[in-house]
Design a protein around this ligand. Sequence first.
Ligand SMILES: Cc1cc2nc3c(=O)[nH]c(=O)nc-3n(C[C@H](O)[C@H](O)[C@H](O)COP(=O)(O)O)c2cc1C
Length: 189
Amino acid sequence: MKEKITLDNAASTVFAPQLVGLITTLDRAGQPNVATFAWVTSTSHDPELIAVSVSEARYTHECLTDEFVVNLPTKDLVEQVWAVGTLSGRNKNKFQVAGLTPIPSVVVKPPRIAECLTHIECRIVDTLETGDHTIFIGKVVAKSADFDAIKNGALNEHVEPLFHLGGTKFLSGRERIDVNKLAKGKNSF
Ligand SMILES: Cc1cc2nc3c(=O)[nH]c(=O)nc-3n(C[C@H](O)[C@H](O)[C@H](O)COP(=O)(O)O)c2cc1C
């Protein structure tokens, strides 16, 4: 066994990579905003719930009053992900700045992002103050995707999702591992 060392890195970079989502909201004036969030996770199957942890410093925090959409960006959008994850929508239209296209959602008022692969539309049902962030819990009210995004219940093999390692670093890749297809003996515990 290798020697273990103690770390003072942020826990979010020790438990990494984390899948990146682009969250769209409407501000109080009804204008759409978009920002990058890595602290996003499913929390329940029935009802279907998704939680996102948002710092109070984000304009998105103010915009999360009712509904939001979690959009899945892929590797080709990494520069847009960085732009909308480092600029605030408080004084600018980040869709224009980053060249992202808002399209109407199926059920909720905040838009989907045309360039993203999948979209989960949510209505906020609960919030939880947690340290310097707030966890917003959304009930899933609609799901949609590019026609070829999902195959046999999982992201299609050509898709390269984007993960955040921390700071300016991201991870992407296409390797898929299906434990049912591992060589005999490797999956026989
Ligand atoms: C890869 C990445 C992941 C991020 N994840 C989160 C997150 O989970 N929670 C959060 O509050 N901010 C997160 N941010 C920071 C916000 O995206 C950033 O502050 C953004 O400018 C907020 O925009 P807004 O002020 O328009 O809401 C992340 C940024 C990047 C680049």
